[in-house]
Write a protein that binds this ligand. Structure first.
Ligand SMILES: *Cc1c(COP(=O)(O)O)cnc(C)c1O
Length: 435
């Protein structure tokens, strides 16, 4: 579900009027719905009822501290990929003991920081990394809990850049080598095997690859459990969401339907139903690492139309958000629904246009040759499904300040990150005295 709907002709996030929020806080502006995040978390939790599990939210999808606090309050753990993410989780009130530390390039400083605060486990991606963790643990007199990330060689994911579970990807260790790695760990010292992990990709919109990967892993999980008394099996994240909707045509109910657009049907409950029977009775705790699923449809990016421009070949709608604010279309050719915040009549005039930002790159677009209602300069648009991999990838390219973020709960709205100021753009820079 999500909580964006038209009310009295104006798009709302829960009970908050988005035109009013944009007027108050300026644009571009990210707006998140707390109710949507909670609903997704609780539904996933409920769908796994009867299976011992821990949902470790993948912080990289959206690391705003208010989002982290909300999920910590729900009881979530966290999947982190850097020392910085651990710092944010702790600052937001999350427990290090519920953090799994993933990523192919952990530095020794990050490993030491994570050990010091007692992370749940290190998800190890190579033998060399395991050696580094062992060294740091021995140096500091600690024992590092670890799980090996297994690459089950299952191809899945919405784009070649977000497929991670194939043998040619940089992630994980091949099924055939995994048991040797656990055996070597005992020799290295300072290590305690606590689990085994996999993650096959992102924006996967069918249950099949998840079930296939779990099935491939099961014999290994059982052998490792027998050998090392493992506590958990993490099945990763990667559950896809709906990006294509019919909200644009005034249909407020699109998120209940799973047959819209080109994407095959995968509901949160469908995902759980596909994997739960395989996991029941395994005798280990199941960890999940959803990112996009929890926050993707919980956020929008509000942007104002600056200018319209027509060339002999094309019509452009130039908006005040750019690829530095939301890079997904440029990076992954990803689709974001674009809707006017002021609702149009079903028979309102439409046109085909490219929606582009102000950044000096031809890749700076949000939609190309998209059928949209005719929009005027000054008008407010919402880029839908921008809650995951949105703000977290924002940059200062073209020396544009980072946008602000607002969290809504019911009729309450709070700025959870301020817009950067001109001063922020020079902070930390220095002009050498010899210049
Ligand atoms: C990115 C990532 C996730 C989350 O992926 P989503 O597609 O956002 O669910 C989970 N686990 C690992 C190891 C990741 O790298």
């Amino acid at each position: 579900m999500h909580s964006f709907h038209y009310r009295n002709g104006v798009l709302h996030c829960e009970d908050a009027d988005l035109e009013a929020l944009a007027a108050q806080h300026g644009t571009p502006l990210y707006v998140y719905s707390a109710a949507t995040i909670r609903d997704h978390y609780r539904r996933l939790d409920q769908a796994l009822h009867g299976i011992d599990h821990l949902i470790c939210y993948a912080v990289k999808a959206n690391s705003n501290p208010a989002v982290l606090r909300l999920l910590a309050q729900e009881g979530a753990g966290f999947d982190i990929v850097s020392g910085g993410e651990l710092h944010l989780v702790r600052a937001a009130g999350g427990e290090a003991g519920k953090c799994t530390f993933a990523g192919v390039g952990k530095t020794k400083a990050e490993i030491a920081y994570a050990l010091e605060h007692g992370v749940h486990s290190f998800n190890v991606e190579s033998e060399a990394e395991l050696e580094a963790i062992s060294e740091v643990a021995k140096e500091t007199g600690r024992v590092a809990p670890f799980a090996v990330r297994v690459n089950p060689d299952v191809g899945a994911g919405g784009h070649k850049f977000i497929t991670t579970g194939k043998s040619e990807n940089k992630f994980g260790i091949g099924l055939e080598r995994v048991e040797q790695v656990y055996a070597d760990a005992a020799r290295l010292g300072g290590l305690r095997p606590v689990g085994v992990q996999m993650h096959i990709g992102s924006q996967i919109t069918e249950a099949g690859p998840f079930a296939l990967a779990v099935e491939r892993m099961l014999p290994l999980v059982q052998r490792l459990k027998a050998a090392y008394d493992l506590e958990f099996f993490s099945i990763g994240g990667g559950i896809g969401i709906m990006y294509q909707s019919s909200l644009a045509s005034g249909d407020n109910e699109w998120w209940h339907r799973r047959d819209v657009g080109a994407q095959p049907a995968l509901t949160l409950e469908g995902y759980a139903a596909a994997v739960a029977p395989l996991l029941r009775g395994l005798g280990v705790r199941i960890l999940l690492e959803p990112g996009r699923l929890l926050v993707g449809n919980a956020g929008v990016l509000l942007t104002r139309v600056l200018y319209r421009k027509t060339t002999p070949a094309k019509r452009f709608v130039i908006v005040d958000a750019g690829m530095n604010d939301l890079i997904r279309p440029a990076l992954y050719s990803s689709y974001h629904e674009i809707v006017p915040v002021h609702q149009r009549a079903a028979d309102a005039m439409r046109e085909s246009a490219d929606v582009v930002g102000p950044v000096c790159e031809s890749g700076d677009f949000f939609a190309q040759a998209r059928e949209l209602p005719v929009t005027q300069s000054g008008e407010l648009l919402a880029l839908m499904s921008a809650g995951a991999y949105g703000f977290v990838m924002a940059s200062n390219y073209n020396t544009r300040p980072h946008p602000a973020e607002v969290l809504v709960s019911g009729a309450q709205a709070a700025v959870v990150r301020e817009r950067q100021t001109m001063d922020d753009l020079t902070r930390g820079t220095h002009l050498p005295a010899w210049l």
